[in-house]
Design a protein around this ligand. Structure first.
Ligand code: FES
Length: 119
């Protein structure tokens, strides 16, 4: 801390920083939301993108290309490719642009993407 001006020197730790050292970021219950993905109740951080939540769950793809039937998942991550489409509360949405909210019901085509699934 630069005592002469009362501001911390660049790169130095403030008292607040010192108090937080060694702590890991935590979520408070008010930041958590409950949603249902393919019938499975899950908890996520409010405001996370739905694509990030699904990828955290281990989903790499969740729809099939209607023409080639290839499994598809997020590609661009910014709303351009539409490869991450799914149903949110029965409305078609792009997962990468959708932030999770409480009581959201998400339906994917993941079952159709699994090896051996009927096309
Ligand atoms: S990943 Fe491309 S639109 Fe969502």
């Amino acid at each position: 801390m630069n005592a002469s001006k009362g501001k911390p020197r660049r790169g130095s730790l403030t008292d607040h920083d010192q108090d937080r050292r060694g702590q890991t970021p935590t979520s408070t219950p008010s930041q958590l939301v409950s949603l249902v993905v393919d019938g499975l109740p899950i908890t996520a951080l409010q405001g996370q993108s739905l694509a990030a939540v699904l990828q955290t769950m281990g989903y790499l793809w969740w729809r099939r290309n209607p023409i080639t039937q290839q499994p598809r998942g997020p590609f661009c991550g910014m709303g351009v490719c539409f490869e991450c489409e799914l149903l949110v509360n029965n409305q078609r949405r792009r997962a990468c642009l959708t932030h999770v909210t409480d009581s959201m019901v998400v339906t994917t085509e993941r079952e159709r993407c699994m090896p051996g699934a009927d096309l």
